[in-house]
Design a protein around this ligand. Sequence first.
Ligand code: FDA
Length: 396
Amino acid sequence: MADPNFYDVIVLGGGGAGLMCAGVVGEYGKRTLVIDHAKQIGKKILISGGGRCNFTNRETPPERYLSANPHFAKSALRRYTPDDFIDLVNAYGIAWHEKTLGQLFCDTSAREIVDMLLAECAKGDVEVRSACTIFEVTKNGNVFAVTTSQGVFQAASLVLATGGPSIPKMGATGFAYDLGRQFGLKIVEPRPALVPLTLAGDEALFRDLSGVAAPTAVACGKARFEEATLFTHKGLSGPAVLQVSSYWRHGDAIAVNFFPDRAVGWLRQEKRNRPKTTLNTVLAEGLPTRLAEALCERLVATGPLGEMADKSVQAVETHLADWPFRPNGTEGYAKAEVTSGGVSTAELSSQTMEAKKVPGLYVIGEAVDVTGWLGGYNFQWAWSSGWAAGQAIGTT
Ligand code: FDA
């Protein structure tokens, strides 16, 4: 009789990437086991997108992913596209809608995505073991052995899909990096990404604006995002700031444009049109009152616009379009939506996600040094990389 603890493939981690991969492999008739230490499978999917899971984006060009090798993600993203995932969602009759910027969400609940992935796994008789602690992983010859709280399981292929350490209180760990290192794989330094930034010193005064949001454009180096900024009790957040946080490094300044839609010279035009109006009034027409007041205080500009020299008006406009903040840090993994860095893409085949120097070992999802923008890009990477590995394992 065949050893019941011997599988064709063991997938470590039952998140988006692991479940997608297991479902694909299972349908090829391979005996597949998913192991997760959490009691509940797919937790991050369940809380994502405010409980509605922003499961993909209409467009996922490689430029919207950060990686030491910007070309790496291309192959998987081209072979398993947002349309492929939408077809799957439609096949399960899951209702969805498009929000801003091509972001697709479930109408009802993220639970439907988890149920769909589990149903795909069930089609191929994939076995899922939750609340299963992994003690050790070894490779003897061509066989991987995983020692766990529920027994020792063996397989010819091992898929590392345990994600990154963002939101540890949900069971996220740096396990993928430890295991990667154990097998001699290089790890690109992991950092919290899509994370709020903190302010200190004089800029900490902005924390008084906690809860105020405004439409902005925020830039860090060449990265620029036109979305909302939210002031928090620790510093800055909101989609524009989360997006630039992935590009931000300690010591960098970020620049906020509080009037991204206004044409150059707009404030001088206001001065000509309405010389008796104060700067505060003009700013409060485009921004929340408390923010307008705080900016005016810092610009030290009181009195009617008509009493300001053109040069000063221009200087104020320039400052409003390029307001520098120098964050002193991030809110860390506790608040980061993802982790950038991870298992180096140089170690993996972009076609199959298999480790070049460890045949049979595959790394997928957030564990890999590929990090998407905010807006469904990270789940698409989980689906695409999971599918690519699943195809490769299924057809060997
Ligand atoms: P994921 O982290 O999902 O799965 C890893 C699995 O491995 C988990 O089930 C975990 O329990 C398990 N595991 C970890 N360590 C283990 C160990 N030592 N032993 C055994 N099991 C272990 N993205 C997006 O595109 N749209 C969105 O709407 C959102 N929203 C969002 C909200 C919040 C609050 C967060 C924190 C993140 C998002 N994301 C997102 C990001 C997205 O959730 C993330 O990129 C994917 O879930 C990554 O999928 P993976 O399968 O790679 O890892």
